[in-house]
Design a protein around this ligand. Structure first.
Ligand code: C2E
Ligand code: MG
Ligand code: MG
Length: 274
């Protein structure tokens, strides 16, 4: 066996252990309404508190979890914990309208997702509308028929659906309409240059128009600067998420933020010339 293959097997065994022994953590990042400046949602983002390597970002273990079949158990853990957090926030009277959870295309194509979602909602006794599932565009590349079926079932259950990283995949516009999702998330690669790069600005403008014409809410991710927020507001984008408001934070810290947060004032966009 090569060194790489062995390292991979070790990591896989460690990840399996991590899921079973509570080494995963959820951090939450706020989503802010661009008109009111209020927090209307949060996104749950998983991390792995590794005993020796410290906090590991999802980009380093989600692909492995998907390839090794561990993503089902991982996804169940995330759903269960996020729903319990929603329950706690609801009891405290500070729950945002939605809490979004990322769902892997692999989970969706296996048809097991609906079972996990139902179980998590019931165990936490929360309203399905409080939960939003973020699905990346690439899911259409896997088992399309099963994925469509799963999405229809989830929609019927009452959970909200959002297309993550929109603009980077291959989803056709016909699918988009068929899917009947609630929200489009414009990928941060387009948001990044929005103020300085004309073609990025045009893409963002077009996605917002497309989303709105389909009756969808549009959220921009990766918003780091106030000028980007002003620009998005000018383009009639609905919601933003990014370091400008907050990095993803552990539950206790985001809870404090939900309690103390004052609506951000977004100034009108001022073109600084050039
Ligand atoms: P994503 O769902 O598109 O999440 C956005 C990523 O951008 C997060 O990275 C977040 O921390 C980061 N981010 C947020 N605001 C900013 C900003 O203003 N600037 C920049 N540069 N980055 C920002 P993270 O937490 O490392 O997650 C990466 C990806 O891992 C996620 O992308 C998602 O696809 C996946 N992921 C995270 N949690 C889960 C999970 O529970 N299940 C599954 N299946 N995938 C997950
Ligand atoms: Mg996401
Ligand atoms: Mg994204």
């Amino acid at each position: 066996m090569t060194h790489r293959a062995r390292a991979r097997l070790t990591l896989e065994a460690e990840l399996r252990h991590a899921i079973e022994h509570d080494e995963l953590r959820l951090h939450y990042q706020p989503q802010v309404d661009l008109r009111s400046g209020k927090i209307i949602g949060v996104e749950a983002l998983v991390r792995w508190q590794h005993p020796t390597r410290g906090l590991i970002a999802p980009g380093e273990f989600i692909p492995l979890a998907e390839e090794s079949g561990l993503v089902g158990g991982l996804g169940e853990w995330v759903l269960k914990n996020a729903c319990q957090q929603i329950r706690a926030w609801t009891d405290a009277g500070i729950a945002p309208q939605q809490t979004a959870v990322n769902v892997s295309a692999v989970q969706l194509s296996r048809g097991q997702l609906i079972v996990s979602v139902k179980a998590a909602l019931q165990a936490a006794r929360i309203d399905p509308e409080q939960l939003e599932l973020e699905i990346t565009e690439s899911f259409v590349m896997l088992d399309r028929e099963q994925s469509f079926k799963s999405l229809a079932e989830l929609r019927a259950l009452g959970v909200r659906l959002s297309i993550d990283d929109f603009g980077t995949g291959y989803s056709s516009l016909a699918y988009l309409q068929q899917l009947q999702v609630h929200k489009l998330k414009i990928d941060m690669s387009f948001v990044r240059g929005i103020v300085t790069n004309t073609s990025n600005a045009l893409i963002v403008k077009a996605v917002i128009a497309l989303g709105h014409s389909l009756g969808l809410e549009v959220i921009a991710e990766g918003v780091e600067e106030i000028a980007q927020a002003s620009y998005l507001h000018m383009l009639d984008c609905d919601v933003m998420q990014g370091y400008l408001i907050s990095h993803p934070l552990p539950a206790e810290e985001i809870t404090r933020l939900l309690v103390s947060y004052l609506p951000i004032d977004i100034p009108p966009y001022a073109n600084k010339g050039g």
